[in-house]
Design a binder for this molecule. Structure first.
Ligand code: UDP
Length: 405
């Protein structure tokens, strides 16, 4: 099949080199290459955010990345992109109608891509599939007045749930959220993402560590909702262990990062500063060596649409103590591959970490079961096969008639 993937703000090219890129970029890059591996012809469309970018780039993984001219050719914060999505959708419609490559299906990532894709799909007669990645309702519930999403996001997301031919949901929690928003269950297909098991595997280089000191690792972007402050608050309950934080800006830029400074100040006031090490963002291969160096991964977000970090840790055979939210509630099996604790509860987190660090047999059993779970359920190949079946259904059943004019 010819498959168009639309990811307006998250270019998969960033994954090939940059440190600390977010989950959507990783997701789009891995999925595109897995779909190529299944024999599909894949183009990823992303916004042209630099004047130096060529119109299209062929990646070593066999898919193409197309840079769509929509808005200024420079980086624009995600929450300011909405005004350019009409132009984005118009460009896609024009290419798909008049160019030499019309997709059989278009898969949008994130709601703004969804707007452009549904618009273009209707005009060009291309069926559409949408993965939200994150939901405005959930963000607003947790961030309230600090949510910088464009006004109207929730309404657009609700409308897109009915306008797209299929909505790909990543976890059970997302199904429940969408049902509450009025998206019909019959339009949804539950297809969890995968993890790259060539990069994230139990064997390989290990980041340096003191063998005498248990290591808790926590990974992610330097934002409050990822729960790093709760991990630091849990540390006094876990004597002797060190806590390594990987993510955010690279090591040189970390001292200027306001959240990193807040984290260090908290560690100081909790009396654990000598046990907290901030590494900064690292490229994926290096990240794997940090997972392998850990005794346990603490994943303590307040909410998490899916969460690739716990999967990556499990793929390295490292058990996860995670908060019982979003995708983590599906990926971590409580008492089998790790432990689930309530979000924003440092006491529960500290108790669970201490219990696991003092029980070598349980750690080994969790790590082994985690690896087994990843191998049997969370490969990108499996994800691409399942999505291929969804695409085939919408391409044959739901192909709309092209718009006139
Ligand atoms: N990541 C990375 N380097 C880092 C920290 C994170 O490459 O220093 C990657 C990590 O491998 C994962 C992604 O960033 O694929 C984070 O995805 P997740 O879904 O956990 O969170 P998001 O950032 O999308 O909220």
């Amino acid at each position: 099949m010819r498959i168009a993937m639309i990811s307006e703000h998250a270019s998969p090219l960033a994954v090939l080199g940059e440190a600390g890129v977010g989950g959507q970029r990783t997701h789009v890059a891995e999925l595109a290459s897995a779909l190529v591996g299944e024999g599909h012809d894949v183009r990823v469309y992303t916004r042209r955010d630099s004047a130096r970018l060529a119109e299209s780039v062929s990646t070593p993984d066999g898919y193409e990345v197309w840079h769509v001219p929509a808005g200024p050719a420079r980086r624009v914060p995600k929450d300011e992109l909405l005004p350019y999505l009409g132009e984005f959708g118009g460009w896609l419609a024009d290419r798909w109608r008049h160019g030499d490559w019309t997709p059989d299906v278009a898969h949008a990532h994130f709601w703004m891509s969804g707007l452009a894709t549904v618009h273009a799909g209707r005009r060009a007669g291309v069926p559409t599939v949408l993965t939200y990645h994150a939901l405005g309702t959930v963000k607003r519930r947790h961030q309230g007045g600090r949510d910088t999403s464009p006004p109207g996001r929730v309404g657009y997301e609700r409308a897109l749930g009915r306008a797209a031919d299929r909505v790909i949901v990543q976890c059970a929690d997302e199904v429940a959220e969408l049902v509450r928003m009025g998206v019909p269950r019959s339009r949804m297909a539950l297809v969890p993402p995968g993890v790259n098991q060539d990069v994230f595997r139990p064997d390989g280089p290990v980041a340096p560590r003191d063998p005498a000191r248990p290591r808790i690792l926590t990974v992610g972007r330097m934002v409050e909702r990822k729960g790093f402050l709760d991990v630091v608050r849990a540390l006094p309950a876990v004597p002797d262990a060190e806590c390594v934080v990987v993510g955010g800006p690279s090591a040189e830029l970390l001292p200027a990062d306001s959240f990193a400074r807040r984290l260090s100040a908290l560690a100081e006031s909790c009396g654990v500063a000598d046990r907290v090490k901030l590494v900064g963002g690292v490229p994926r291969e290096e990240l794997a060596s940090w997972y392998r160096s850990a005794d346990v991964l603490a994943a303590a977000p307040w909410y998490e649409p899916f969460g690739l970090i716990p999967l990556e840790s499990m793929a390295c055979g490292v058990p996860v103590i995670g908060t019982n939210v979003g995708g983590i509630a599906d990926t971590v099996v409580d008492g089998l591959t790790g432990d689930l604790v309530p979000p924003r509860d440092p006491r529960a987190l500290g108790t669970a970490i201490r219990r696991l660090l003092t029980d070598k047999v349980r750690r080994f059993a969790y790590g082994t079961a985690a690896l087994d779970r990843i191998r049997s359920r969370y490969s990108w190949k499996r994800c691409a096969e399942q999505l291929g079946a969804v695409y085939a259904t919408v391409a044959t059943v739901a192909r709309p008639a092209p718009a006139l004019a």
